[in-house]
Design a protein around this ligand. Structure first.
Ligand code: TXA
Ligand code: MG
Length: 345
């Protein structure tokens, strides 16, 4: 299959390009498009046949449910039942934005989307291209991140091409995504509101709107937890080909430990992810990944992909603070590392 690549102005999406991509979606095809978090791989959310194509193109296990993307708040009504007060409050304050809400599904949602669960995840992205596309298509879009299953989510169109060119009909290139990590996922069907995946919208931001919110134990865990509530939690994710090791503890001791490992490791190509441009380790590639959790979030998936391209064998990184967006950054890093965490005291 030839993949059509359409460049678009992210600030003023050209209607002609949106129409072209929407037509492909109406024909049951797959179209990758930018959102504010990562690129999504879209298909008609109301067509089981189109949805099955997503699982095939990504190599995604069929028991991992998809997020349904809408263009306007009023589109939610047909997809879920009921809309509890906590959902209304979150929607009013935080949509459009990188927050996915899990609610009881309505009968209109095909089983293929929610992997047999009676719930559905919905999100209203804060991105002009995404919303223009959903509006033009005339139906909500099921859209997981537009990567091959297990790889880091794509934060620009070239990442999508690298994984899916030849397997999907179209990629809309709207430049780099803003946030860089996937949306926060909150389950409002649990006994109390529970965050299943941390993202840019932090637990405290959510807490301010609906009061109590808890973190699912997998969010803060330093171990792999298999029997997880969100099926997606149990799959290997974001892993680079290199071994990735995270160091936690005393910063000064970590520095000498890392330098020591570089000196004695049999690995020929080692990278150290640094958050300060002045930190340099001898005998390794020093890869600056940003200094704030915001900039690290934006860069992380791109840098992980580059490590594969550069045939790095070992990646070393000191953990960052789990405050604010740092919680989401550490969540992705721990998964990428397969929970390979070294405590340095
Ligand atoms: O930012 C994002 O959310 C991006 C962009 C494209 O919108 N999408 C994304 O989709 O990250 P995906 O499929 O890569 O991740 C969806 C996550 C998975 O971990 C999945 O298991 C979970 O949401 N999920 C979806 N529906 C669910 C449900 N009904 N119950 C529990 N978890 C659900
Ligand atoms: Mg994904």
């Amino acid at each position: 299959m030839k993949t059509l690549i359409l460049r678009i102005d992210p600030k003023k999406p050209q209607p002609r390009i949106i129409r072209k991509a929407a037509t492909l979606l109406q024909q049951g095809e797959l179209v990758a498009f930018p959102t504010e978090t990562v690129y999504g791989l879209g298909a008609n959310a109301l067509s089981p046949k189109a949805i099955r194509k997503i699982f095939k193109a990504k190599g995604r296990p069929s028991d991992n449910p998809l997020i349904v993307h809408i263009a306007d708040k009023k589109q939610l009504r047909q997809l879920v039942d009921p809309i509890p007060p906590a959902a209304s409050k979150l929607i009013k304050k935080l949509w459009p934005g990188p927050l996915t809400i899990i609610l009881k599904k309505s009968p209109i949602i095909p089983d293929e989307i929610c992997a047999g669960l009676n719930t559905v995840a919905v999100r209203l992205p804060d991105n002009r291209v995404a919303r223009a596309l959903i509006r033009a298509a005339g139906f909500p879009l099921a859209a997981p991140s537009a990567n091959i299953s297990g790889k880091p989510s794509p934060t620009c169109a070239s990442h999508v091409s690298a994984d899916l060119e030849g397997r999907i009909s179209c990629i809309i290139d709207g430049g780099s995504t803003h946030v860089g990590l996937e949306s926060t996922v909150i389950d409002l069907t649990a006994a109390s509101p529970t965050i299943l995946r941390p993202g840019k919208i932090s637990p405290s931001e959510i807490g301010k709107v609906i009061g109590n919110v808890r973190l699912h134990r997998v969010v803060k865990s330093d171990k792999k937890i298999i029997a997880a509530r969100s099926p997606g939690m149990k799959y290997r994710h974001y892993a680079p080909k290199a071994e990735l090791r995270i160091f936690q503890g005393d910063t000064i001791k970590i520095k000498s430990k890392i330098q020591n490992i570089i000196r004695h490791s049999p690995a020929k190509k080692i990278a150290v992810f640094v958050t300060n441009r002045n930190h340099r380790f001898q005998g390794a590639e020093n890869v600056y990944i940003g200094s704030s959790s915001k900039s690290i979030a934006k860069n992380l998936f791109r840098v992980l992909r580059e490590m594969d391209d550069r045939k790095i064998e070992l990646i070393l990184i000191e953990s960052v603070s789990e405050k604010g967006l740092g919680l989401a950054v550490m969540n992705r890093l721990k998964k990428a590392a397969g929970f390979n965490i070294v405590r340095v005291r």
